[in-house]
Ligand binder design. Structure first.
Ligand code: FAD
Length: 264
């Protein structure tokens, strides 16, 4: 720890005593304001270091709501954190760090037929893929930090990976986000017109409905749509275009009814 950080750590302890006590009273999850914990969360994979006021580990949605309310009351900013593997200081700051990776990391619903999975933001990509693999599926955005990075952090960074040229980046693969805004309002960010994500691609062409490399394959049989962004085909059609100029950019969207449900 640098001398500046050590000084900040000592000063922060007395400055945020009220905040710590309030959080400790209301949260079922752990609240840590000790210098060691704050020091660990003062860094990500970047060159930057900023000592946070404290760190909380919410257990559930109620904890999360309480964190945001108390932070508002105390005038402290909130910094969401997954695995902290960002390289530009995204998950660090002087406010209250909220670590989603410890407890908010479940798969809340999963439909292998529709290839839609709903997860809590702290789930590590590799763990999600271990589950999907049993059905011959995988989540196609794969940053090099796949064994550590979380879906929440990947979404925050709009991450990409080695397969992104074929399958797109996070914004192409996230169907909806259920969020709590800073003022406590609950919001769903979801479909806007045809701006839909890709379904989870199959590991093998045999398993692959909607595989762009296999345009004759049926797409979501009853209600799915093919859409092709090469400009030569209508934006949306029930049958797969057979002569797309840029088949890799062809997209298959799942029906509205298959949009992931709220975890609550
Ligand atoms: C060696 C190395 C290789 C890398 N390779 C790649 C790569 O190939 N592709 C790539 O895209 N990136 C790469 N990265 C960067 C990083 O690993 C990824 O962007 C990763 O997806 C970040 O995930 P995380 O869980 O660590 O997020 P964090 O670093 O913890 O957070 C990232 C952002 O998301 C926000 N956030 C986290 N959780 C939530 C939440 N629940 N709600 C709202 N906001 C939230 C944070 O506040 C922050 O702004 C690499 C980094 C390293 C060190």
């Amino acid at each position: 720890m640098s001398p500046t950080l050590a000084r900040d750590a000592a000063a922060g302890f007395s400055r945020h005593l009220g905040l710590e006590r309030k959080l400790g009273r209301e949260l079922s999850g752990e609240v840590r304001f000790d210098a060691f914990t704050r020091g660990r969360y003062a860094a990500d994979a970047s060159i930057y270091q900023i000592m946070p006021a404290g760190v909380v580990f919410p257990n559930d949605l109620a904890d999360l709501e309480a964190v945001l309310r108390i932070a508002r009351e105390e005038g402290v900013s909130v910094i969401a954190r997954g695995a902290g593997t960002s390289q530009n200081g995204q998950p660090i700051g002087a406010g209250l760090v909220v670590d989603f990776s410890r407890s908010l990391n479940a798969i809340t619903s999963y439909d292998p037929e529709e290839r839609v999975v709903t997860v809590e933001p702290g789930i590590v990509l590799e763990r999600l893929n271990a589950r999907l693999k049993r059905d011959g599926l995988f989540f196609p955005v794969e940053p090099s930090t796949a064994t550590r990075c979380t879906i929440g952090g990947m979404t925050g960074n709009n991450s990409c990976g080695t397969r992104s040229i074929r399958y797109g980046i996070m914004r192409d693969n996230v169907l909806a986000i259920d969020a709590i805004l800073a003022d406590g309002t609950e919001a769903r960010f979801g479909e806007v017109g045809h701006n839909r994500g890709l379904p989870l691609p199959a590991l093998s062409p045999q398993a692959g409905r909607g595989d762009p490399a296999n345009p004759s394959a049926a797409c979501a049989p009853s209600t799915g749509r093919w859409a092709c962004s090469c400009g030569r085909w209508p934006t949306c059609s029930r049958t797969a275009p057979t002569a797309c100029a840029r088949p890799a950019r062809m997209r298959c969207s799942t029906p509205t009814t298959s949009a992931p449900r709220s975890p609550t």
